[in-house]
Design a protein around this ligand. Structure first.
Ligand code: NDP
Length: 401
């Protein structure tokens, strides 16, 4: 159906490219390009073994717009799927505009020298994409991504309005490591240690990281401590569903993770400013990333389940209702299917489905769109058949935490 160029060859990319190859009727030709070609070749080898599909590989620096444009033209791709890092989003959007193809990513732009992720930089591309007749889909992972589509589905089928929404992300997986992040360590630690904000009554309410803790009994996972965090879908959800009074994001962390992250932060290892070491300039968090396990290698070691979803309260025909909509995903089943742990899988599968929506022409409105602005039904139908089945239950009332 369509030629696709995937940029970035990490854990998320590996899961996404495997699932694209398993849907060869939609993804007729796949090229995988990244900074280091051997990483692409390793993924291509795994894809060939598991699916029999051959994918092309290439080396490219995503920050080099001319090089990306040349690669797009060479491959004839009609869609670029950005599974590199948030720092590259704007350059890759520029390359898509120049080459005249559609764009999709899983994380919003963040300047490398400032740990501040916001949508305003990418939203500023709205007119350019509209005028070019091209589509850019932002945040097609699980959170953001599926959690935003879940919210839209609830608002389309179960609720007339959403008054409050909590996104709950539990990873009950154990990888046996003293300390490891389950996606890119640099991006993960910048996110986790950022100032917390949640949306309440028309304003952002700030709080210190890792201070608001609640125990929650997650379906399939069990009781876990979850912490209030800032996450990018809060910004887009409160913008696109303007009736929302309160939007919060929660993620589970074990005590060992909190202890390590706190110590690393206290000693300056998570710093993003360059420091001099033995006459050489280094950026502490980049050095730390080099020391930590590569999340892409944790698949074989991780056991347990993840559960991610939304609890939303709102009105339906004048009556207040609360729903919990979620997916439960098993780390070992993901590994058996595509050689990835559940965090890469739960991000890579929605990236593939978002890309399929564009290639099938179902999500093709020109412009720049967050996931909650698009029709949730075909996306969620495919989520059910592509390894991430979801369920929805009515709760007795709004959350009490
Ligand atoms: P990884 O670090 O494993 O992979 C990133 C890949 O991008 C690497 O292959 C890296 O190359 C490549 N890359 C980095 N810089 C460049 C560049 N300048 N040019 C070309 N390639 C480059 O990250 P993950 O797979 O864990 O995460 C990928 C993305 O997914 C991130 O943006 C992350 O924020 C997002 N994500 C989204 C989630 C969601 O639910 N929405 C959840 C989890 C992650 P090299 O190997 O050479 O370093």
């Amino acid at each position: 159906m369509g030629k696709t160029l995937v940029i970035g060859a990490g854990g998320v990319s590996s899961a996404a490219v495997h699932k694209m190859a398993m849907n060869a009727d939609i993804f007729s030709e796949i090229t995988l390009a990244s900074r280091r070609k051997f990483k692409c070749d390793e993924i291509a080898e795994g894809v060939k073994q598991r699916t029999g599909v051959t994918i092309a590989t290439a080396e490219v620096d995503a920050m080099d717009v001319a090089a990306v444009v040349a690669l797009i033209r060479k491959t004839g791709a009609e869609l670029l799927v950005n599974l590199a890092l948030p720092y590259q989003d704007l350059k890759l959007m520029d390359a898509c505009l120049e080459a005249g193809i559609h764009y999709l990513d899983t994380a919003n732009y963040e300047p490398e020298d400032e740990a501040k992720f916001e949508y305003r930089w990418q939203w500023a591309y709205q007119d350019k994409f509209k005028e070019a007749g091209l589509t850019a889909i932002l945040g097609s992972g699980f959170d953001p991504g599926v959690t935003s589509v879940f919210a839209t589905w609830l608002r389309k089928h179960k609720l007339d309005t959403i008054r409050q929404i909590d996104v709950l992300d539990a990873n009950g997986g154990d990888n046996g490591q003293a300390f490891a992040t389950n996606f890119n360590p640099e991006i993960n630690l910048r996110e986790v240690l950022a100032e917390v904000r949640h949306w309440e009554n028309g304003e952002w309410v700030p709080s210190a990281p890792m201070t608001k803790k609640v125990e929650f009994d997650f379906p399939g996972v069990g009781k876990k401590n979850m912490y209030l965090m800032y996450h990018e879908e809060l910004e887009s959800l409160k913008t696109h569903f303007s009736e929302i009074e309160r939007a919060r994001f929660w993620m589970t962390f074990g005590d060992a993770y909190i202890m390590h992250a706190t110590v690393l932060q206290n000693v300056g290892m998570t710093g993003i400013e360059p420091v001099m070491h033995d006459g050489q300039e280094i950026i502490p968090i980049k050095f730390l990333k080099t020391l930590l396990p590569d999340p892409g290698d944790l698949g074989a070691l991780t056991k347990g389940k993840a559960c991610i979803g939304d609890i939303a309260t709102g009105m339906k025909d004048g009556v207040e209702k609360t729903y919990y909509i979620y997916n439960i995903c098993d780390h070992e089943e993901c590994y058996a299917e595509v050689g990835s742990q559940a965090v890469s899988y739960t991000t890579g599968v929605p990236a593939m489905i978002g890309a399929a929506m564009v290639l099938k022409g179902l999500w093709r409105e020109p412009g720049v769109w967050n996931m909650e602005q698009l029709d949730p039904d075909p996306f969620l139908e495919m989520l059910n058949t592509q390894g991430l089945p979801w369920q929805v239950h009515e709760l007795d009332g709004p959350v009490s935490f």
